[in-house]
Design a protein around this ligand. Structure first.
Ligand code: GZL
Length: 321
């Protein structure tokens, strides 16, 4: 008996501690537990704001927990959601591995789990209901296809690329790297000199760019960065080396937040592949479909576009993240 009381006390503390959705949901019929990775980028903050706003718009109760970039915090949050008997669990897994045990606990508790943004890798069947998130492989392909067009327009006979990757073993890192590599494979002009893990954060993007410039200097023709945050960290480092980003070094990025779009318009980034953070509406729609016993698609990919120096961006709508 005592253990149960402690567990519930922990839950009450967690509820007051965790970031419940703003606007006070009252006592809604449906309760969604959401574990967010953290706030490492403008994309992530935009994703969080969208989920909070859509939970409010759909009048779905939300237990929101910020894992502060730690997988163990996500696992603990999912266990709290199970103890609290939420109706649905959703989370954006920071990395693909290490989820089987806690997701088996959710399955045994009869709570459906929705993956948002990123995927998991598992040999177990039926641990999750669906994935709502970008087609990261396609984003990598779009980045590679832009580069081939750029190499053609510049008449380059050899293209030396350095790559600043996202968090190791995360779905966007794995698939953006694979998509890009496949898009440029077989083109004899293309040489990927080195890939370094920038962990999707700005300071690491700057550090990686410094390491790569110290090693390769003006041999570098292109930097392919897996997200805007790292790109925005890398650009001043390129300038401090006396090189012009967007001219001496072609800069290709992913996400499409306002800050990066503004730098694209200044000509210091050449291409940004959009990765929309607006997944909240699909998530709430899916929660309602599950509640109504309706079938849901296994994978739901949002439509995404490419912004580059090939287009007139003067009338681009504000990005909102
Ligand atoms: C992509 C998302 C990535 C973003 C980064 O859907 O997982 O994580 O591209 C964020 O900005 O850190």
């Amino acid at each position: 008996m005592k253990r149960w009381i402690w567990c519930m006390l922990a839950m009450v503390l967690a509820l007051t501690a965790c970031g419940k959705s703003e606007g006070g949901q009252g006592d809604p019929e449906l309760l969604l537990g959401f574990s967010q990775i953290g706030s490492e980028s403008a994309w992530r903050v935009g994703n969080t704001n969208d989920i909070l706003a859509q939970a409010e718009a759909y009048h779905i109760g939300l237990m929101f927990e910020d894992a502060k970039q730690k997988q163990e915090n996500q696992i603990d949050a999912i266990r709290r959601f199970i103890a609290y008997k939420v109706d649905v669990i959703a989370f954006s897994p920071i990395v693909e591995d290490g989820w089987d045990n806690v997701l088996l606990e959710a399955k045994n508790a009869g709570i459906p789990v929705i993956l948002v943004d990123r995927d998991i890798s598992t040999k177990e069947e039926g641990l999750t209901t669906c994935l709502i998130g970008a087609d990261f492989y396609s984003e990598g392909v779009k980045a590679g296809e832009y580069l081939l067009r750029k190499a053609d327009s510049l008449g380059l006979e050899r293209v030396n690329i350095v790559e600043i990757t996202g968090t190791a073993n995360s779905t966007p890192m794995r698939q953006r790297q694979a998509g890009f590599a496949d898009a440029v494979a077989g083109d004899r002009r293309i040489h990927i000199l080195e890939s370094i893990d920038g962990d999707f954060i700005k300071s690491r993007g700057a550090e990686c760019m410094k390491i790569l410039l110290d090693k390769y200097g003006d041999e570098i023709d292109v930097v392919y960065s897996h997200n805007d945050e790292m790109t925005l960290g890398a650009i001043p480092v390129i300038e401090e080396a006396g090189l012009a980003p967007g001219k001496d070094i072609v800069v290709i990025s992913i996400d499409g937040g306002q800050d990066a779009i503004d730098v694209l318009k200044q000509g210091k980034i050449n291409c940004i592949v959009e990765c929309t953070p607006r997944l909240g509406k699909e998530l709430m729609e899916t929660v309602l479909r599950l509640r109504n016993g309706e079938a849901v698609e296994k994978t739901i990919h949002p439509d995404e576009q490419v912004f580059s120096d090939e287009q007139d961006l003067s009338n681009l709508e504000p990005r909102g993240y």
